[in-house]
Ligand binder design. Structure first.
Ligand code: XBP
Ligand code: MG
Length: 269
């Protein structure tokens, strides 16, 4: 039975519910800054989220919704600049505290750190976005709690490809079986499972409730806090973990250790 040594977190949707009121708004602000009358509505953005990565998302939007659009410069450069503006807008929004960490995130991170577990991040988002989000948290130096931050274009293929998780595991010098991963989306689940991270917890976010999480060990509607327990959704470890989750009242380290045991030793207790 492997020992649990690290927790690897996704960012968007997992550490913070950033897509609808963060990234989407920042994209629209960047479009306006560039003099474009494009507006990504909440439902349209939900469709576009199937494509991970902001630059890739803009490209898909152009192909599918603006086939006649012809920028004055080469398309790659146009998308790069527009996306850079979006990153500026998003980072500023995070600095202003528009979106905070999800309930239970700081509590769990602090508990894991205190217990000597190692922390990592595996995300599709641009590195500046991670720094801006974590720097605005009510704990100074939070970004340094993460030993490895794998983000953005450092890998050739973004989620659902497993590359970003493989990179983070390589940098941690750990096998997948020594880690629990926390995700919120189907693309993230495919990426984590593709890298062998079977001890996988899904915490649903605003856009991801109806997605397919097959293969994830446990699906909840959040980490919860002792006064606001998370709702159990499903997953092969759901039944085994339900009593412990009810007793603890939220996802804490004990629950994560039990999840890890459920996957690797077939037992929740
Ligand atoms: C997150 C993403 C990101 C953000 C935007 O996916 O898809 O593209 O929406 O980030 P995940 P950038 O949570 O699965 O990692 O615009 O910086 O690319
Ligand atoms: Mg996510």
């Amino acid at each position: 039975m492997p020992e649990l040594e690290a927790i690897i977190f996704d960012v968007d949707g997992t550490l913070a519910d950033t897509e609808r009121d963060g990234h989407r708004v920042a994209f629209n602000a960047a479009f306006a800054d560039a003099g474009l009358d494009w507006e990504w509505s909440v439902p349209l953005y939900g469709e576009l989220l199937r494509v991970t990565g902001g630059k890739e998302r803009i490209r898909t939007y152009l192909t599918e919704h603006r086939p006649d659009f012809a920028p004055l410069e080469p398309l790659d450069a146009f998308i790069r600049k527009l996306h850079a503006r979006k990153t500026e807008r998003f980072a500023r929004m995070m600095q202003e505290g528009v979106i905070g960490l999800r309930p239970g995130v700081l509590r769990l991170l602090a508990e894991a750190r205190e217990a000597g577990l190692r922390l990592g991040i595996a995300t599709t988002t641009t590195p500046q976005n991670v720094t801006a989000l974590l720097s605005a948290a009510p704990v100074s130096g939070l970004v340094d709690w993460f030993e490895v931050i794998g983000a953005g274009d450092v890998v050739a293929a973004k989620k659902p490809a497993p590359d970003i998780y493989q990179l983070v595991l390589q940098r941690l010098e750990l096998p997948a079986s020594a880690c629990v991963a926390v995700e919120d989306s189907d693309n993230g689940v495919r990426a984590a499972l593709g890298a062998g991270l079977s001890a996988l917890l899904v915490t649903l976010s605003s856009y991801t409730g109806r997605q397919d999480f097959s293969g994830a060990a446990l699906i909840l509607d959040g980490l919860g806090e002792p006064a606001a327990a998370p709702r159990l959704v499903e997953g092969p470890c759901a039944r085994a973990l339900a009593p412990l989750l009810a007793a603890r009242g939220c996802v804490d380290l004990e629950v994560l250790r039990a999840l890890h045991r459920c996957v690797y030793a077939g037992a929740a207790g």
